[in-house]
Ligand binder design. Structure first.
Ligand code: ADP
Ligand code: MG
Length: 311
């Protein structure tokens, strides 16, 4: 079943076309990454879905209801986190969740229990009675996720939830989102970070300058472009001669230094899993590389992304 659809959804700010005829269909239980560089139109899309701004043209539907005309019903089963949340600085997470929970029609004692659960999920239990003004950006962001899930919605719309967080904060957000997907929720997650999108989402909607460039499952996107990458770690850095030999192998498109003092290289090649196995054999027998590890690299989506954005 499709829980979110958009039909030619378009937004103009004055003469600027921020979103250009977006058509998306999102099925229940999917985790869709809305991926694009800054200014691509991610927040605009999310604000339209959440009924915060009105489309210039087209429509959106959440569970069949248009948030522009009937926001209350459309958003009943939706939790949102948009850009950076702002909370009353002199209040504590518990006070804030009780307040927002009552606004959403939750009542004690369930509200108390639910607030406790949500704070636990975002790992803020021990700070539940500390004023928000003492919080780091990451903690505020986590409280933002807690308020989004407070009424246990089945749809979550998160706009760059990891923005501005340190690596530990990013991991927390990632683990939390994965947990919510595992619970069966439908999640839209916007990001300008490929790596993060790849880790969390099963499907990617690539947007740039307000236009949808691709919308498919991650593995299909990689297949369409027939791009494969392997990351190889060797005992010693390969010699110039060896690298030249690799570049001359038939399926190889490019070879890049992957760091670690030259012990890691990334090979970009055309082909399938068999090609990958043949490549491995060539490297060992012909090139004489002493391989420690040989693994398909997470960079492949990045290649697809760069190609699309450049085109
Ligand atoms: P993203 O979230 O992908 O970074 P946005 O959706 O925020 O992108 O913005 C898309 C484009 O619309 C950008 O060029 C941005 O400058 C412009 N924009 C966003 N909000 C407004 C606004 N309220 N008024 C005018 N232009 C806006
Ligand atoms: Mg944004």
């Amino acid at each position: 079943m499709e829980v979110i659809t958009t039909e030619n959804l378009t937004k103009k700010y004055g003469s600027l076309l921020a979103l250009d005829n977006l058509n998306l269909r999102i099925r229940q239980g999917r985790c869709v990454g809305l991926l694009g560089p800054n200014g691509a139109g991610k927040s605009t899309t999310i604000k339209l879905l959440c009924g915060l701004i009105r489309p210039s043209k087209g429509r959106a539907y959440i569970n069949g209801i248009d948030p522009a005309s009937d926001p209350k019903d459309a958003l009943r089963d939706v939790g949102c986190l948009i850009e950076v949340p702002i909370f009353y600085r002199n209040r504590t997470p518990l006070e804030i969740l009780y307040y927002l929970g009552r606004l959403r029609g939750l009542k004690f004692p369930e509200l108390r229990e639910r607030a406790r659960e949500c704070l636990e999920l975002v790992r803020l239990s021990q700070w539940s009675k500390t004023k928000v003004k003492k919080f780091s950006l990451g903690m505020v962001q986590r409280l933002g996720i807690a308020q989004a899930i407070l009424h246990d919605p089945s749809i979550l719309i998160l706009d760059e939830p990891a923005l501005g967080l340190d690596p530990r904060g990013i991991r927390h957000v990632r683990d939390m989102t994965k947990e919510l997907v595992r619970q069966g929720k439908t999640v839209i997650f916007s990001s300008h970070m490929l790596y993060e999108t790849r880790e969390i989402c099963d499907t990617v909607a690539l947007i740039n300058r307000g236009r949808l460039l691709a919308y498919d499952r991650i593995e299909n996107l990689e297949k369409i472009f027939n791009i494969r990458m392997v990351e190889i770690e060797t005992v010693r850095p390969l010699s110039v001669h060896q690298l030249e030999k690799i570049k001359r192998l038939k399926p190889v498109r490019s070879v890049v230094n992957g760091g670690n003092g030259g012990n890691i290289i990334k090979i970009n090649f055309d082909g399938d899993r068999n090609t990958c196995a043949e490549l491995h054999a060539e490297l060992v027998t012909n090139v004489g590389a002493k391989i420690i590890s040989f693994k398909p690299s997470v960079g492949a989506l990045e290649e697809v992304y760069l190609q699309l954005v450049q085109e």
